[in-house]
Write a protein that binds this ligand. Structure first.
Ligand code: AP5
Ligand code: MG
Length: 213
């Protein structure tokens, strides 16, 4: 099963993708997480990505596409994957589509987690993230069992650099300009499913599971 998660920054793509990956036994691939891991390790890729991410801009397609195609060519992706944060532009979606077509393959479903802009800024300010395993928490809605510590791997939780209010506003603007057109793109391929992302995360997940079967 090859899935794409769509939705505004903070809609809950990462939260849902983690649960989907566990239930269906497929890797959760987040380009944002890969960039953040590179930033933490101080790689050249991380340095380049950080200059865009800190402003809430997109990392250039060329760089992102190369990284993603390399990742999905790995052995653990043979039976599918859930993409979170990719594609984010029409050109990215077109490259992915062409690459899959080479093997007579396609994206099975694009799940759009729908949350209005008004709810987003509040979610982002309460988010805490584990940079080691990618798990995401919210200090009020989805707290970890022990404050500041990841339930999955015991690492320290951090607030992301791009979760400042001004940066979040720019990320939303960029989302509407460059990423929202993907809703129409996948709708025209007849694979789009939209879920109400304002519900509690277990309800959103149940809804997604009933769609995926
Ligand atoms: P990325 O890491 O993908 O960030 P994003 O799209 O802005 O999305 P987020 O990770 O912020 O939100 P999410 O939807 O995963 O929500 P989450 O589950 O955490 O990208 C970061 C940057 O990297 C980009 O700005 C760009 O610069 C670059 N980048 C990445 N991919 C790129 C690409 N393909 N091309 C170019 N550039 C790229 O949930 C948010 C919060 O809400 C959490 O605290 C969570 O606990 C809480 N929450 C989740 N669900 C619920 C719920 N149902 N109810 C209440 N709270 C909830
Ligand atoms: Mg995320």
């Amino acid at each position: 099963m090859k899935l794409v998660m769509l939705g505004a920054p903070g809609a809950g793509k990462g939260t849902q993708a983690n649960m989907i990956a566990e239930k269906y036994g497929i890797p959760h691939i987040s380009t944002g997480d890969i960039f953040r891991a590179n930033i933490k390790e101080g790689t050249d890729l991380g340095k380049e990505a950080k200059s865009y991410m800190d402003k809430g801009e997109l990392v250039p397609d060329e760089l992102t596409v190369r990284l993603l195609l390399d990742r999905v060519s790995k052995d653990d992706c043979k039976d599918g994957y859930v993409l979170d944060g990719f594609p984010r532009t029409i050109p990215q979606a077109e490259v992915l589509e062409k690459e899959l077509e080479k093997n007579g393959d396609r994206i099975d479903k694009a799940v759009n987690v729908d949350v209005p802009d008004e709810n987003i800024v509040n979610r982002m300010s309460g988010r805490r993230a584990c940079l080691k395993c990618g798990a995401t928490y919210h200090i009020v809605h989805i707290p970890p069992r022990k404050e500041g510590i990841c339930d999955n791997c015991g690492s320290e939780l951090v607030q992301r650099d791009d979760d400042k209010e001004e940066t979040v506003k720019n990320r939303l603007k960029v989302y509407h300009e460059q990423t929202a057109p993907l809703i129409e793109f996948y709708s025209s391929r007849n694979v789009l499913e939209t879920v109400d992302g304002t519900k509690p995360s277990e309800d959103v997940f149940a809804n997604i599971c009933s769609i995926l079967g």
